[in-house]
Design a protein around this ligand. Sequence first.
Ligand SMILES: [Zn+2]
Length: 359
Amino acid sequence: MPVANYKQYCQMLDSAQRGHYAYPAANVTSEVTANAALWGFAQQKSDGIVQVSTGGGEFASGQGIKDSVLGAISIAEHIHRVAGRYNIYVAIHTDHCMPEKLNSFFVPLVEESERRVAAGGMPLFNSHMFDGSGIEDELDKDGKHITGSGLKKNMDLAVPLLERMSKIGQIIEVEAGVVGGEEDGAAGSDDTPSAKLYTTPKDMAYVYKRLSEVAGARYMFAATFGNVHGSYKPGVVKLQPGILRDGQARLKKDFGKDAHFDLVFHGGSGSSLEEIHETLNYGVVKMNVDTDMQYAFSRAIAGHFFTHYEGVLKIDGEVGNKKLYDPRAYLKLAETAMANRTKEACDALRSTGKTLFKA
Ligand SMILES: [Zn+2]
C-alpha cells in the first residue's frame, strides 16, 4: 500500500526530523508528471511527496472542464493505483490554497476523503496546505495596522480545518509570512514589504500555540526565511535559514523541549546545496520543488524538437516522421528528465536510500 497511511506518513515526518533529511515535494499536473516523480523516488529508494496545486488540478481535468477539484481527485486516484507497484511510500498533498479558494478546492477535497473514510477506505489525500499568509492585518480607527490580527485570522481559519482533518488522519500545512516570487495561485509581488518575507520567532510561537491546541493533530509549517518561488540567478535570493533555527529555539523555550515544527521549505528550486543542508539541521522535512521540475521536463522536449526539427514537422510537402511526432516519443524523454531531477532532489535532501517501506 505505498500511498502512506496516516501512521506511516507521521513516521516519515518523524524519521526525517530525527535524521535531518527532508522529502522532495514534487508538483504534478498530469499522469506523466506524477509517474515521473514516483519513478524518481523509487529509483532512489526514497519516500516522497507529490502535490497538486489549484492550477494543476484545473489543468488535469482538461481545458473543456477546468475543475480543480475533479482534476486533483483524478491525479490522486491515478497515484493510488500506480504507487502500489513501487517499493516506497508516497504521500499525496495539495499545494497553496488561499482563503478565497477554501470552499471551492480545499473543503471539497477534504469532503471527498471524509466520504472514503466513512466507507471504510483511506483518505484520498494525506495532507493539504491552507495558505492564509496573505491575510492582511486589520486597521484600527486611526488607520494603523493592528499587529498580529492578520496572523490571528489566518489561524482562526486553519484551526477548525485541522480539527476536521485530524479526525480522518490528515495533516495540514500552514504558512505565515509571504514567500516571494510567483507560483500557481501564490503570487508574491515586488511591493511585498520585505519584512513579511521573514517569519519571526514570535509568529512561529503563536502558530505553534494555536495548532498544538488541537489534541493529537499533526501539522507542518511553511516558515518564510527569504525563500522565493521560481528560479533566480545566483545572488538574487537572500536566504536566512537562521530564522528557522531561532524559531525552533523559541518553541522549546516557550513550550518545552519536545516542541518543534515540521518545517516546509517553499521555493526550493535554484537553492544551493549548502543552503538546503543548513535548513535540514533546523527541522525542514519537506521541500517543494516545482520550477526545476518544470524546466527539466520542458528542456527534454525542447531538445527533441530542436534536434528532430524535420521529423516533427511536415515541411515543404514532406510527411514528417510519425515515430518522432508521436507524443509518447518526447513525453517519455520528459518523464525521464523529471524523474532524474527528482532523484537529484532526493540526493540533495538526503532522503535517498531512506525509505521506510519494507517489502
Ligand atoms: Zn509554495
